[in-house]
Design a protein around this ligand. Structure first.
Ligand code: PGA
Length: 250
């Protein structure tokens, strides 16, 4: 379906001083990758990460951005700042930011629109809590998140967006969604996009699974028709584990 993309989400891990060497390690370990390889790092690690990835197959992403161009937003980072640094991807609406940083479907939408307008590729996170899954409202919730996220986004731009399906109950818990559970929702996301846009656009979108994906369980997930990659937290912090997941994406 969409282009295979394996993206690491370092979250609040690793120091700027260890970033250059670690990204070089990822470059080495993932040589010959048949998918796009992305490292999303904390803001302060972006400059050495971009430096280490320069001229290689590895791309660098941020974990957030602000939706305004510039101005009095103390502590925030704009799309222009990221693009100027050579950053190509940006995670938007991760469930941790939705939970701890007042990220809403509305701010997620504004950030997607801004990122696209500046040539950054958004990795948009959606996903349900355990409570919502048990209440049987997973797909209703995902449909709302997707529709709100893509509001005002043209079909041409939508095709560039990466959607990461991340069930909240599977993030950092070691509790992965089964291959079939993940495929069911990722396929559902593709159907929602087809209804919003058209089949061709829906097929062009990369849909990742994220949530305790690791070197052991990645093959089954990535073999599913509608899973075009992964957003990897814990397992992206060790180059050999990350490389195993990259090798499974083809
Ligand atoms: P995890 O995190 O792989 O550590 O579960 C995934 C994510 O939150 O993107």
């Amino acid at each position: 379906m969409g282009k295979y993309i394996i993206a690491g989400n370092w979250k609040m891990n690793k120091l700027p001083s260890e970033t250059y060497d670690f990204v070089k390690e990822v470059v080495e370990a993932t040589k010959g990758a048949e998918c796009e390889v992305v490292c999303c790092t904390p803001y302060v690690c972006l400059a050495p990460a971009v430096e280490a990835a320069k001229g290689t197959h590895v791309k660098i992403g941020a974990e957030n951005l602000h939706f305004e161009d510039s101005g009095a937003f103390t502590g925030e980072i704009s799309a222009d700042m990221l693009a100027d640094l050579g950053v190509e991807y940006v995670i938007i609406g991760h469930s941790e930011r939705r939970a701890y940083n007042n990220e809403t479907d509305e701010t997620v939408n504004k950030k997607i629109v801004k990122a696209l307008s500046k040539g950054l590729i958004p990795i948009v996170c959606v996903g349900e809590s355990l409570e919502e899954r048990e209440a049987g409202i997973t797909m209703d919730l995902i449909a709302i998140q997707i529709k709100k996220a893509f509001a005002g986004v043209s079909a041409e731009d939508a095709a560039k967006v990466v959607v990461a399906y991340e069930p909240i109950w599977a993030i950092g818990t070691g509790k992965t969604a089964t291959d079939d559970q993940a495929e069911e929702v990722c396929g559902g996301i593709r159907n929602i996009l087809a209804a919003l846009y058209d089949e061709a656009t829906a097929k062009a979108v990369t849909i990742q699974y994220g949530g305790s994906m690791n070197a052991k369980n990645c093959a089954g997930l990535l073999a599913k028709e509608n899973i075009d990659g992964g957003l990897i937290g814990g397992a992206s912090l060790k180059a050999p584990d990350f490389a195993t997941i990259v090798a499974a994406a083809k």
